[in-house]
Design a protein around this ligand. Sequence first.
Ligand SMILES: [Zn+2]
Length: 177
Amino acid sequence: MVPKHFVLMAVVALVIVFLMGFRICDGCGISAKKTFTFADTFATCYECIQKREREAREREWRERERERQARERERRAREKERLEREILEREKKIREAKEREAPQETRQRINNILDSVRLYYSNNRNWPDTLDQLRDPINKKDAWGNSIQYKKTDDGSFEIRSAGPDGKFGTQDDIIY
Ligand SMILES: [Zn+2]
């Protein structure tokens, strides 16, 4: 049991403290700062006000930072997409150019084989039986990656043939010497 005059003294002390302008902070629960109006019972102390402002600024900064990063990610994604599109387009153009030049390129390779076959004839007085008998380093594939066919014909001559774009021998698109 607390003596009555103790309680009375405590109440009087609190009233004096209140009258002097001390208030209880709604943030930290303690304060000795006379920064409040007389009518306030609860108020926020200077440290807590600063702390809350600091936290608010932090939150705002983090929010802006998140938005900035989101924009940056979006920008990078768009840039990556643009680059990929550009690469695909370039590859397509190269493929198309190769496709366009393939017949000409194949004719050139057939001509090189022809030169080599003629040189063989000059040295041997006979056409080679196969291209393997040629000693020159020649490309034996057409521009579509298929082997160029060489064969001697019954009339004592020879034929050099690419299967053409369709890769099949004996069709209309064959390129023949
Ligand atoms: Zn406080």
